[in-house]
Design a binder for this molecule. Sequence first.
Ligand SMILES: Cc1cc2nc3c(=O)[nH]c(=O)nc-3n(C[C@H](O)[C@H](O)[C@H](O)COP(=O)(O)OP(=O)(O)OC[C@H]3O[C@@H](n4cnc5c(N)ncnc54)[C@H](O)[C@@H]3O)c2cc1C
Length: 479
Amino acid sequence: MPKTIVIGGGISGLAAAYALQKSEADYLLIEASDHLGGKIVTYAGEGFLIEGGPDSFLTQKRAALDLCRELGLGDQLIGSNHTATPSTYVLSKGKLHPMPEGMMLMAPTMILPILRSELISWPGKLRMGLEIFIGRNTTVADESLGSFVRRRMGSELLAKIAGPLMAGIHAGDPEALSLRSTFPMFTDMEKTHRSLVLGMMKRKKAQAAQLTTGPRPSMFTTLSGGLQQLPNAIAARLNPQQVKLNTRVQSVAAAGGQYRISLADGTSLIADNVVFTTPAYVTAEILQQLTPALAEKLRRIRYVSTSTVSLAFRRSEITCDLNGFGFIVPAAEGRKINACSWSSTKFSHRAPDDFVLMRVFIGGAFAEDLAEQDEATLIDIARNELRDIMGITATPVLARAYRWTKSNPQYNVGHGALIKEIDQLVSAHPGLYLAGAAYRGSGIPDCIQSGVDTAAKIVPRQTSSNPAISHAAPAFVAT
Ligand SMILES: Cc1cc2nc3c(=O)[nH]c(=O)nc-3n(C[C@H](O)[C@H](O)[C@H](O)COP(=O)(O)OP(=O)(O)OC[C@H]3O[C@@H](n4cnc5c(N)ncnc54)[C@H](O)[C@@H]3O)c2cc1C
């Protein structure tokens, strides 16, 4: 019988299982679908590399970068290409405008590009300039992203840049998302420097002093053969006998100091530890009988649906300049897409030289119904929007849509307090662990870190309870 069962074979579950295996701790990884990797899905075919879910990870948090290197993927790591500035465009009144150079999500690090920008009106620029005189927030414990940006930078920056860019990362509503839980660096910056503009400028100076030589590091990193190389590399190192695909966990119940894990095929397993890496609402279903109070809290973490549509075109048929990473679409534009990445400009090896690849984002908190359309409809939406916005009338040589129903957790205002309550309830059940995108960061590095941290808590428990670890195939117990 396995000592630890990890439920869910996305990157969080894989990271947990791999860390357990490295510590020679016994585990069984159970995944409902027929493949590992969860939301990390790469399609490779006809010379194209298409990412269905994430396309890259950030390297400031080192977990993903370090894991890739440890798995021997170091020489496959590639940064985003440096394009002639600007790298991102913003749709405003139906026209694509360059994002002012030096914008770091919501805070400018350079003055001149803002002054020259046609995207922000003069009253909007003046309001941004006033930021350096605005005091700290000392009253509100947790604040929405929308409220914070409006308070510090003004409504225009929120509507045109910060909202679509920052809330877009979480596919969320800026008026609902918690600043502290999504972009804590800005909460800290206000606390330390008061003004974000002054704080950002100091930060930029310090970074420049550190980087006097060598190439400019890129913000986004991926793998030359697609992000799925990462889950594939972990999977290749796991003992195949300790991974069960096509197996859905239905419920977890107490079993005399251990846990009984019931599977959809009617069998069950007994384990000392259970690690949940499933979406919070799935975990809630599984735990409903064992702890209805915890299940109720888990259901409070809202999820929204999104979709991505990748379209490949012959380069000769695209007349517009693709010198950038793509564009974002503010809600006020009333369009059906949120953003478009020019994937073959952003990263190398995504398309053959004579072709370009683009990826359109649909759905999120404001348009879940659109994201849940069938794949043919999603492709039509993407094509129509690119025709209107970029003037692309060519027929794509390849089109692929990926639907992510209820896939993006929303860290709304109060998320931090909710997680504390969840932790409290979990601690009443020794051997139960929650990891993954729902709790302390949904980016790939956060998910990996959550799996690794969970394994680190389990290993001492396993080794103290039984130092002799069996790697035999787990025994199923008929219910
Ligand atoms: C469209 C999109 C784009 C994104 N872009 C980026 C990006 O560019 N960079 C970035 O860092 N992050 C990005 N993210 C976020 C990131 O991809 C996810 O947060 C992360 O991959 C989640 O990993 P996970 O293992 O926690 O969950 P998942 O990948 O959701 O894995 C959970 C697994 O549990 C399985 N499961 C579910 N129910 C059961 C059950 N009952 N029994 C057994 N198994 C079950 C599922 O089949 C799944 O494999 C993006 C997300 C989406 C949707």
